[in-house]
Design a protein around this ligand. Sequence first.
Ligand SMILES: Nc1ncnc2c1ncn2[C@@H]1O[C@H](COP(=O)(O)OP(=O)(O)OP(=O)(O)O)[C@@H](O)[C@H]1O
Length: 268
Amino acid sequence: MEKVLELKKVHKTFEVGTPNENHVLKGIDLTIHQGDFVTIIGGNGAGKSTLLNIIAGNFPVDEGTISLKGQEVTKKKMEARSKEIGRVFQDPRTGTATGLTIEENLALALRRGKHKRLFKMGIRKTEKEFFKEQLKRLELNLENRLKSEVGLLSGGQRQALTLLMATLVTPQLLLLDEHTAALDPKTSASVLALTNQVVAESQLTTFMITHNMEDALKYGNRLIMLHDGKIVVDVAREEKADLSVSDLLTLFHKNSGESLTDDSLLLA
Ligand SMILES: Nc1ncnc2c1ncn2[C@@H]1O[C@H](COP(=O)(O)OP(=O)(O)OP(=O)(O)O)[C@@H](O)[C@H]1O
């Protein structure tokens, strides 16, 4: 199967040469294939967001290589990678432009990676029809609110819209960084279900960070657990499908030699 992402011996240290020097990623080797939906779990500070950030190109790696669709992108900047990568962050305010309307946000998403000539070109009628069709999939009645300012939407509506924007032009890779963590449990569950539907419909290769072990087990076909900058658990397909939270804790203990003490993971 086609490799979408390949990390080889990736290291990242922050604040090198200072008393706060922090070796966050310690030789990550990881290959993700077309259509894989990978959930990532790990305690606070394990390096999960850093992993997503180095894939997206927020900052360079110190050692190792990153390839997207067989092309090495290790030295490419975030802007150059953004055409291939869709992202949804934890904070509902980050993925959308507050002062713009729903249709303007979607038009910007449609022009991702191109010259952003939105305000010169305007939004075509055919584009508006397309946006309405896409918004219907969210089942939030947003297709009737194309001219509403995004700042007026609830957190859940904004995350659903951000998800749509991140996937409007099919990305090679979708990165979800705890994108439901700021939502109430009911809204979080519905945005997760929507995520699963969008990922399945478009067969998107997806990385999803979560703090919730049950969600990490429920969604996706592969689960990775990060601990102290290393991958300590990597299970896929049937093996993953058969795991319970307690099996996962046992596996973590066996592979890392430690017990999981992070309350935020255990209580989620
Ligand atoms: N830009 C940065 N500069 C300096 N240190 C950073 C930077 N980004 C992350 N770190 C540090 O790297 C470590 C790993 O952070 P990271 O955000 O990747 O962890 P995480 O597994 O996502 O944790 P959490 O679940 O708490 O979000 C932390 O100690 C963090 O303080």
